[in-house]
Write a protein that binds this ligand. Sequence first.
Ligand code: NDP
Length: 240
Amino acid sequence: MPRVALVTGGSRGIGAAIAKALKAAGYTVAANYAGNDEAAAKFTEETGIPTYKWSVADYDACAAGIAKVEADLGPVDILVNNAGITRDAPFHKMTKDQWDQVIGTNLSGAFNMTHPLWPGMRERKFGRVINISSINGQKGQFGQANYSAAKAGDIGFTKALAQEGARNNITVNVICPGYIATEMVMAVPEKVREAIIGTIPVGRLGEPEDIARAVVFLASDEASFITGSTLSANGGQYLS
Ligand code: NDP
């Protein structure tokens, strides 16, 4: 039986590319999303990958959503914590709500999804948790105190959990993408985008597939010795 992979925020952008690549690699895949029903329906129609709606910021909703996925497809062996949002503002203008929303989705979301799945992975003595952080969690970013804190938190979460999972053959790794050509980045004015590209040594934005290929590798049996790693995928923009 193919292993089951669950990708949060898997209906659009980087998550959609990850879900598609995992399916192409032979996994049974489920994609979660938050609210954009139209995008999710289109994604399922195009790919045949089922989509499930709940917010990763809500612990109880995650437990219920995971139970539904597992009832439909079987135990989840591979979890990709990809769902993420930005609510940017310079710190002196940042509201408590902007802080809470970003921490709730990008950092607590990883806890909320991993925690209910962890006992099953331990029992079956296999698991892959792949967290999607950001270059801005490594280096910080003006206007993103909330996002940078959450994404840096994902890196610490990964390193701690990797130590706990190792004996049960559960690997936990984190990927830090640089600028990826998703809707969010393509909406930036062309001049600004050109300026951003000027700071990327490989001379281009990343594609969602650049991240998806790394996820497929980390999910594989071949990557069983890699755990607690931070994989930068940023075209050389930030070397940590
Ligand atoms: P998109 O905005 O294109 O897609 C976000 C996805 O996450 C959507 O499927 C969305 O669902 C889902 N989502 C948002 N909030 C929640 C929630 N509370 N619960 C469940 N699902 C949710 O994002 P990207 O593809 O650009 O980013 C994906 C990940 O990569 C994020 O973690 C982001 O921080 C990270 N990243 C992105 C970079 C980039 O350049 N794009 C760079 C570095 C990191 P819905 O459609 O329903 O809203």
